[in-house]
Design a protein around this ligand. Structure first.
Ligand code: GTP
Ligand code: GTP
Length: 437
């Protein structure tokens, strides 16, 4: 689990500029699958060997001052709860504003490292005197920077990574980590309660009091699971956008820690934009996913309801065509235990390795059935393939002209691999390379 560094501050201080300068071109786009909702809210980055996840708190629409004030305060609260290190951005040209003071007040309440970044210091000597006021905000680390001119960013990053390295890494408990992700009210906590209330379950601990996410460790017949819930999102904030931001940030954290993601939908409501967004994060993080349609007890069923809903879900989530769908009721316990078995199975798929011999048999047959298309008069010849890693399963296909192998052909190979080897619930990565590289 990489540490999270959140960028906080009022509008127009230069948060986005800074975010973009810091993540640079390191933006990892997995592929151009349609339907994946992407946002530039967070990126993984690295400084001198220390990796972290940088989170931008996103643009706020300045409607009126009161509204703005409450939104910014909420953002600061979220950052305070979720992030490991906070970058609090202020504007040297504007000086200390009332809003800055409000944010500072929130950020000082807890004992997390806050780096006060005084931005727009384009000319240090000329602006030196403007900096003094900012000490009044009460933070130990004050860094004058210019996001636009990239000045002093190295020193700032040094301070950030120093603080990251001081963090005590939490010991993770043993067991298969299942992240239960989804919109507020989908029934995530109900599922956790249901599973931990089962007669056969040995519930050994409830941890996570310092953070809002709650881990429940349960054991069934010697199999251990850690259920990572993201409860309590809804009640804290009433404003739509910040709720969105809040749950996304939560989801990111939870997903990154997870071995398997259970994407929970409310069967009565069907799929929403927010569900798709959360699904998109799990997809981009290359985690195994099981789609869980909850509240099945309350869904009015006609003939083929399950089939229709399945079709509809795959249509709405085309990038998750590999994810199995389970219809459950956290309320009655219908099929909830099966979720655990299913998660075990999917994780087994995620971590398995295919021998090079078997793999090449399948690839060879696939290329005979459907040869790579000739492009620009050149013939693509696939030499051989190998699985280079698992979790997620990653394959390299060696051939003479990797750049000519089209995405759709890789998709074809992926489907053949799935037909032969399963990989249920798992994303698969296939890369092409020339033989002598
Ligand atoms: N002079 C100067 N201007 C800067 C610097 N960094 C950012 N700006 C400018 O400040 C303005 C606001 O920058 P943004 O990055 O959009 O600010 P933001 O905090 O993300 O704003 P919101 O998206 O509204 O929250 C832009 O016009 C930037 O060009 C800097 O280091 N020096
Ligand atoms: N009928 C029915 N209701 C359910 C089921 N599961 C949960 N509910 C109800 O749905 C509501 C929300 O359930 P929660 O478990 O609090 O949902 P959550 O996803 O944890 O919500 P947040 O904590 O806001 O993220 C509650 O009123 C539950 O009783 C189910 O399987 N069937």
């Amino acid at each position: 689990m990489k540490p999270i560094v959140a960028i906080v501050g009022r509008p127009n201080v230069g948060k986005s500029t800074l975010f973009n300068k810091l993540v640079g071109d390191r933006v990892a786009i997995v592929d151009d699958q349609p339907g994946v909702t992407r946002d530039r809210l967070y990126r993984e980055t690295e400084w001198c060997g220390t990796e972290f996840v940088l989170v931008d708190t996103g643009g706020l629409e300045p409607r009126n001052n009161d509204f703005m004030m409450s939104k910014i305060k909420q953002q600061a609260e979220v950052a305070m709860n979720e992030a490991d290190v906070i970058m609090f951005i202020v504007d040297a040209k504007a000086g200390v504003t009332a809003l800055d003071e409000e944010v500072a007040y929130i950020l000082r309440k807890k004992n997390k490292p806050v780096i006060l970044c005084v931005n727009k210091v384009d000319d240090f000597l000329a602006q030196q005197d403007d900096l003094y006021d900012f000490w009044s905000l009460g933070f130990e680390h004050l860094m004058p920077i210019s996001a636009e001119h990239k000045s002093n960013l190295g020193d700032m990053l040094d301070v950030i990574t120093e603080n990251i390295n001081k963090l005590e890494l939490q010991e993770e408990e043993e067991g298969l980590k299942l992240a239960i992700i989804g919109r507020p009210n989908a029934g995530k906590s109900s599922l956790v309660n249901r599973l931990s209330g089962e007669e056969r379950a040995i519930v050994s601990s409830m941890a996570g009091t310092t953070r809002d996410a709650i881990d429940t460790s349960i054991e069934f017949d010697d199999n251990k699971y850690i259920l990572i819930d993201t409860a309590g999102i809804r009640r804290k904030s009433k404003v739509e956008e910040s709720l969105e931001y809040y749950s996304v940030l939560r989801a990111i954290k939870t997903i990154k820690r997870a071995d398997v993601c259970l994407l929970m939908l409310d069967g009565q409501e069907g799929i929403t934009e927010q569900d798709k967004r959360i699904a998109g994060i799990a997809y981009e993080e290359r985690k195994p996913i099981i789609v869980v349609v909850n509240k099945w007890d309350a869904v009015e069923k006609e003939t083929m309801t399950m089939k229709h809903m399945t079709d509809e879900l795959y249509e709405e989530l085309p990038f998750l065509s590999y994810a199995p769908i389970e219809f459950v009721s956290a309320l009655t316990g219908q099929r909830t235990l099966r979720l655990l078995e299913h998660a075990d199975l999917v994780y087994g798929e995620y971590t398995k390795r295919i021998s090079t011999g078997l793999l090449n048999g399948v690839i060879k047959e696939a290329t005979i059935m459907n040869a790579p298309p000739t492009r620009k008069g050149r013939l693509v010849k696939i030499n051989y393939a190998t699985q280079v890693s698992s979790a997620p399963p990653k394959f390299v296909v060696f051939c003479n002209y990797p750049e000519l192998v089209h995405f759709s052909y890789l998709r074809y190979l992926e489907n053949r691999l799935r037909e032969s080897f399963g990989f249920e619930g798992c994303p698969i990565d296939i890369m092409t390379q020339t033989k002598n590289r």
